[in-house]
Design a binder for this molecule. Sequence first.
Ligand code: PMP
Length: 407
Amino acid sequence: MERWAEFSAATKLDGIGVSEIIRIGAQARALVAKGHDVIMLNAGEPDFPTPDNIKLAGINAILTNQTRYTALDGTLALKAAIRRKFLRENGLDFADDEISVGAGAKQVLFNILMATLNPGDEVIVPLPCWTSYLDMIKLAGGVPVCVSCPEDAGFRLSADALRAAITERTRWLLLNSPSNPTGAIYSSAHLHALGAVLRDACRVGVIADDIYEHVRYSDVPFATMAAVCPDLRPRVVIVNGVSKAYSMTGWRIGYVAAPAQMIAAMAVVQSQCSSNPCSISQAAAIEALDGPQDSVRAHCRDFQQRRDMIVDLLNSIPDIRCTLPDGAFYAFADVRTLLARPSVIGQGITDDMALCQFFLNECHVAVVPGSCFGAPGYMRLSYASSESMIALSLARMKAGVERLLAQ
Ligand code: PMP
């Protein structure tokens, strides 16, 4: 009998891997399993528990047997709560057939790309960006067109850079504000400038990943392209979810607002992939969106304190520099000066990957190299961690850097 051929993954997975952030997390957990007390500043999730009113809504959903298949892309009750959210917070009115719900913002992003990209279609992605964007675009048959946005431009895409990146094949501009990993926010003025370029490029749509909408540290109102440039609204898709705002990362609920035809195409993708998102989580998400919002504000105040603290501590480490991020819960620190020091290079640490490996192995602090986000020479530290853990981890990193520089 012929033997089963050795496994090799499908070619569509060529060059696509489990995200580097997940790999670093696994390495950190392996050290913990060996008894080391590793501090994890690598995670992209709030450390607060889900608020009790939301948990109770989930429990109630179980007790009232809301445990069956639901409508494919979200219950009408959840869609109504999402519509109310868009009207209340963004001044945008959507119909039920312009809303779709999936298992996290990640799934809805994937649905959008699968439902809209033809082979070779280009998606403009400002760098630094969330690691998953590029692989998702490739899996969906598209081509990411990365545009580096330097720190002195606020890590934001300029109108000129956008204009230069648009080709005949451009299908989408993918904007993430506040940004993971930089915390950069696009104000309405920035969006107006980008919108002016898009007006002349009528094939190009915008995917606005607004998942960090509620994690912002100024009183400036939140700006999203569909609200700032209403004439572009027919080609703008808004992605959001409950993960970050309500500490609900494990519940897996994300949603999207888009033109009805696109929502219908996304439903085809989801129907053949996973069907409805968890019925219990959907019920809990209604409470998150409709219920009291005080925990959102309280968490944001806590994040702000931690942000100020971590940025100060980072700047107290020799040769590391970090500016104050405006949103999200990540500090994005520049380590290029450190990496240029002969004593650091002499110890085999020649890039941000090696430096983060040093912080993990020698200081037992897990942070993510900037290269994972398309920004070599930087590193990302999540401050979704207690103040005492932030103080301890940064003290360890400072001692580690001093050791490196002393050699
Ligand atoms: N977009 C960005 C920028 C993110 O950082 C994340 C989570 N890390 C997501 C989308 C996905 O969020 P979720 O699937 O948990 O809703």
